[in-house]
Design a protein around this ligand. Structure first.
Ligand code: DGI
Ligand code: FE
Ligand code: FE
Length: 204
């Protein structure tokens, strides 16, 4: 599909086509929530919408397809990703954002790339997408949702700590394999918020 990287309407239509309806609804929720956070934190509202719309663009395809895209385009896969190929939807999504949807802004590409595990030293846009993904109106389950929905509009770094701590707990309890990046991101934002080595680390 030919489009300029700022063509919101075309990106939305493309997502409606490529995603299933549940994921498309989630995508719209993330885009609007990211836009609201961008208003709050003086970021580009348009970039937040583009990144929000595209963040899960590689979600509705088979693991085989994600792996074959990586192979074809020499995108490196680590051991964790090989064992948990769903994690690749972020990496493959950031590739497709550039290759298929003609996004050139590296901050938008990084926001898609790092939306699942985060990374130490995220940009404001990266944090906005990570957080919007978690708090968008369609999300229902997470026990800390009410609290972080409010906190997101007060302090992004504190919100990162709360979300990552809860995700690590969830993975620990459910036996999910933890990507070292998820833990590194958590520890980084604990330090950033000067809460030291705190709750999650203490108990594990
Ligand atoms: O794609 P979404 O469902 O909208 O959201 P996402 O890309 O943030 O993925 C959420 C899932 O990713 C959630 O179930 C927790 C999981 N996750 C986050 N960090 C890790 C992880 N899963 C594993 N196995 N390891 C991680 O480090
Ligand atoms: Fe995702
Ligand atoms: Fe998502």
């Amino acid at each position: 599909m030919r489009m300029k990287d700022n063509d919101l309407k075309k990106i939305r239509k493309a997502m409606e086509k490529t995603l299933d309806s549940k994921r498309y609804e989630h995508t719209l929720g993330v885009a609007y929530t990211a836009a609201a956070l961008a208003m709050r934190y003086d970021e580009s509202v348009k970039n937040a919408q583009i990144a929000g719309l595209l963040h899960d663009c590689a979600k509705c395809m088979s693991d085989e397809k994600r792996l074959s895209i990586c192979k074809k385009h020499n995108i490196g896969i680590n051991e964790i990703e090989r064992r948990n190929p769903f994690l690749l939807h972020a990496k493959v999504g950031s590739f497709l954002a550039m290759d298929e949807y003609h996004v050139t802004d590296p901050d938008i590409v990084n926001a898609i790339l790092n939306h699942t595990t985060g990374r130490p030293g995220m940009s404001t846009l990266e944090k906005i997408i990570f957080i919007a993904d978690y708090i968008e109106p369609g999300r229902k389950q997470a026990p800390i949702l009410k609290e972080v929905r409010k906190l997101a509009f007060t302090d992004l770094d504190e919100t990162m700590v709360r979300i990552l701590g809860s995700t690590l707990d969830y993975l620990q309890e459910g036996g999910g394999e933890i990507d070292p990046m998820t833990r590194r991101t958590y520890e980084y934002y604990c330090r950033e918020t000067e809460r030291g080595t705190q709750t999650w680390k203490k108990s594990h």
